[in-house]
Design a protein around this ligand. Structure first.
Ligand SMILES: Cc1cc2nc3c(=O)[nH]c(=O)nc-3n(C[C@H](O)[C@H](O)[C@H](O)COP(=O)(O)OP(=O)(O)OC[C@H]3O[C@@H](n4cnc5c(N)ncnc54)[C@H](O)[C@@H]3O)c2cc1C
Length: 323
């Protein structure tokens, strides 16, 4: 049997994060392909009840310790290293998120395992693991092979279906009773994002506007469409930089990653930094005056046209359809 695959589960404020399910889905597929068991490790106070949600794993190691709440990378890797040594894990999956930032690289330094960051795809090739790493904000996709399947892979959030990692069955749990050194940096406070605004990551329909919308006044045209569709407006970075929309609506590398059922990209060129944040939308509808705009390379439906002309017509059509 191949060495176990280990997933570092992420939880935030008492909830398992989507990236955990994404990693469990990937881990399950790889584990089945190479004939390895899949383990998860869950850290933090009151973590134990959350372990029941990680049923895709064959076993969950739980370290229920308040010092492990959003702990710094050095503290988490000390625990992880013990679990790797005990379980003989070969491949470790870590989220490429703010919560797990630095853990992959610190763990690689401590274990000597190779690190592959920003993974967007993973598959087994015999006993080897083939990973696709996204570099330079998506401009380069690099295929990296772990010949013996051993290494640390940091998975990009939103790149894999979270549903593949969900299960109704509770997994066997093994409690870890490890001494945890007092971290040099401690988590003090969670600061809520701006209140009173919508959470664009939770919307089914997003009307995204880019520089092509041309003025703050024109954003209202997108608001009208979003309203009749029951969605929300979001934007590319230039629109945010102009102050036409709040920062909480920015989609992309330095904004939010969204996965709505429908994403309108209106007057958005499709730069890699924007694409990165919305590429997993189920249906992307792009409107752009430039037929060569890169957004058309990935959109499901493309319209070469002027958003300012199209938006009022579209809004009226939807209104009429809805009666
Ligand atoms: C480190 C870094 C991080 C970044 N993070 C982000 C990020 O998080 N999110 C983000 O979006 N960008 C980000 N960027 C910026 C990114 O590189 C692009 O500059 C940005 O996405 C471009 O936005 P845009 O498509 O709205 O504008 P443009 O690239 O200027 O495109 C405007 C488009 O509108 C079209 N157009 C013009 N008029 C009309 C019209 N009337 N009707 C229809 N189409 C029209 C044009 O043909 C063009 O394709 C980042 C850049 C860097 C370096």
């Amino acid at each position: 049997m191949a060495n176990p695959i280990l997933v570092l589960a992420e939880q935030l404020r008492g909830e398992i994060s989507d990236i955990t399910f994404e990693m469990l889905g990937v881990g399950r597929a790889l584990a089945s392909a190479v004939g390895a068991p899949l383990y998860a490790v869950l850290l933090g106070s009151e973590a134990a009840p959350l372990a029941a949600k990680l049923g895709k794993a064959d076993k969950v190691f739980v370290a229920d310790n308040p010092q492990l709440n959003l702990a710094p990378a050095a503290t988490v890797t000390a625990v992880l290293k013990t679990v790797i040594d005990q379980s003989q894990a070969g491949l470790v999956l870590v989220g490429c998120t703010n919560v797990s930032l630095g853990i992959g690289s610190t763990l690689a330094a401590q274990t000597g395992l190779p690190l592959v960051n920003f993974c967007r795809a993973a598959r087994a090739d015999g006993s080897a693991i083939q990973l696709t790493s996204q570099l330079f904000g998506g401009k380069i996709l690099s295929d990296v092979k772990l010949p013996d399947g051993r290494g640390i892979a940091c998975l990009y959030p939103g790149a894999f279906p979270a549903d593949d990692g969900k299960s109704d069955q509770a997994p066997p749990v093994e409690k870890l009773d490890l001494p945890v050194e007092a971290p040099k940096v401690t988590f003090k406070q969670y600061i809520e994002p701006e209140t009173g605004d919508v959470d664009i990551t939770k919307q089914n329909i997003l009307v995204g506007v880019g520089r092509g919308i041309q003025s703050q006044d024109n954003v209202q045209l997108a608001e009208d469409l979003a309203q009749v569709l029951g969605g929300a407006v979001c934007a590319s970075r230039p629109v945010i930089d102009q102050g036409w929309q709040p920062l909480s609506r920015q989609v992309g590398k330095s904004g939010m990653t969204v996965k709505p059922r429908v994403y309108f990209a209106l007057g958005i060129s499709g730069a890699p930094e924007h694409w990165e944040g919305m590429q997993n939308s189920l249906c992307i509808i792009a409107v752009n005056t430039d037929p060569k705009a890169p957004i058309f390379d990935g959109a499901h439906i493309g319209v070469v046209g002027d958003v300012l002309e199209l938006l009022p017509v579209l809004t009226d059509k939807v209104k009429a359809r809805k009666g």
